[in-house]
Design a protein around this ligand. Structure first.
Ligand SMILES: NC(=O)c1ccc[n+]([C@@H]2O[C@H](COP(=O)([O-])OP(=O)(O)OC[C@H]3O[C@@H](n4cnc5c(N)ncnc54)[C@H](OP(=O)(O)O)[C@@H]3O)[C@@H](O)[C@H]2O)c1
Length: 179
């Protein structure tokens, strides 16, 4: 399997990935879609075990620390121009050329690299053609305001729809490959 970067984001139907106040209750759905699938905790854990490395922007990192670190001991690269120190195992900080990060440092070491936001860093990855797959999990909600995922990337990009998975809680996961 060749190394690839998957951009994953949870979004509202109107394309927001974060509320203005940063609260995340909207990511939990009380909706029911009978024909949807659901994953057990073991299945989720198995899936997460296959992710070799996470990449994120510094604001996403700061928010993840506040909310309770969900990345365990998996390596995490935080892109920032600031000087951070972290007591989290596996966390490193990167500043500089993103294509060098992906092609020289990450793809030579890891196969399954997940870019997990936020909008600012993801858009830069898309502009520089550093994303292979996009998985977008659309929650059954319209937020009306906040941080948009896909505004003004400044280029057109054809996609191949690889898979659609509807979940019991009304979330729909769309998996695309970039052409
Ligand atoms: N719904 C979801 O799935 C999801 C996923 C992730 C995040 N979020 C939410 O989105 C919000 C954060 O997103 P965001 O777009 O505001 O910020 P972000 O992309 O997480 O972080 C932006 C920061 O990353 C660094 N950065 C970005 N591009 C860079 C580049 N080319 N070179 C060097 N550094 C670069 C800069 O850090 P410095 O300023 O430190 O230099 C920049 O300020 C949070 O509320 C988070 O919870 C939601």
């Amino acid at each position: 399997m060749s190394a690839k970067v998957t951009l994953h984001m949870v979004s509202s139907l109107d394309g927001f990935i974060a509320r203005k106040d940063g609260s995340v209750a909207w990511m939990h759905s009380e909706d029911t879609y009978e024909r949807g699938v659901s994953l057990s905790e073991d299945e989720v854990a198995e899936f997460l075990k296959k992710i070799d490395c996470y990449v994120m922007g510094s604001r996403t990192y700061e928010h993840a620390i506040q909310l309770g670190w969900p990345y365990g001991n998996t390596p995490v690269v935080v892109v920032t121009s600031r000087n951070f120190n972290s007591d989290k195992p596996g966390v490193s900080f990167y500043s500089g050329d993103l294509s060098k990060l992906v092609n020289d440092q990450l793809k030579s070491r890891y196969n399954n690299i997940w870019l997990v936001g936020g909008a600012m860093l993801s858009k830069e990855f898309l502009r520089q053609d550093l994303v292979d797959d996009i998985i977008i999990s659309i929650m059954p909600v319209i937020l009306g305001d906040g941080t948009l995922f896909f505004d003004y990337i400044g280029k057109e990009q054809a996609l191949h729809l690889k898979e659609i998975t509807p979940y019991k809680d009304g979330m729909v996961e769309l998996w695309y490959e970039l052409k």
